[in-house]
Design a protein around this ligand. Sequence first.
Ligand code: OGA
Ligand code: NI
Length: 299
Amino acid sequence: MRTSLAQTCGVESPPVIDLAHGVDAVAEQIDVACRDTGFFFVVGHGVPAALLRRLDASAREFFALGEAEKSVIAMRHGGRAWRGWFPVGAELTSGRPDQKEGLYFGQERPPSDLPLHGPNLFPARPASMREAVLEYMRTVTELGQRVLSGMALALGLDRDWFAVHLTSEPLVLFRIFHYPPLSTIDNGWSVGEHTDYGLITILAQDTSGGLEVRGRDGWIDVPPIPDAFVVNLGDMLERMTGGRYKSTPHRVHNTSGVDRLSFPLFLDPAWDAEVLPVPVAGAGAPADVERWDGANVHE
Ligand code: OGA
Ligand code: NI
């Protein structure tokens, strides 16, 4: 197993937050995590483990199919709705091809002129994928709304602040990624370093590992924890909170020697929502505080 800087320096992985007793009980923990790396785990979330198992099984079955069969739902058939399958190497992060293939889904909608809206492209095989994806998106979107209500409390707002102002009709993008094992001679990345653009990302990962987040003193592992989801914050939330909550660079390097699957769900405001600063007393980092990636969130 690879030793990362995080392990050698003894930097801890992100905190595990238990939602079993409601978000009120953990608002302070959420606040601390969001101000630190903007990454945390949630357990006690109530999402049935069997649902993820079904989804995982259907995804493995799909990715094992031949190229010709997978191409039937290639992204070029999804148009502006941005749905379907893309092969390994087709997606770039910071200009370099990622060593991953994947499936893009969103809320099931009639055909539309709006970008990111429309019907999904589900494969004929396995037929079980359709129901697993739709149920997973519904269930994890609801979890995301709960996490946002915890963040609202953490920010000293009404618990339904995000729901009222931004996410009553959220835009949900859901992806399933398959990361083949990186070979030892290949120095590419499974996913290069990047930040997420939206509000929050809720990610399930299998047991392979390889996800890392940039902490103050180096890269920190975000290890697989049974039945836990990873939550991380996107640029929009960082900007809305004036830098109080962090959208942090992260990356994936699948050196496990086996196929890795991950399931990120991106919860964003309604397409036409007006995104305003969060009205938090004392929110905001002073303009001279340097962000870890050098970007200025006030710009
Ligand atoms: C992403 C991402 C991490 C992973 O999709 O934005 O960071 O483990 N994914 O797949
Ligand atoms: Ni990401």
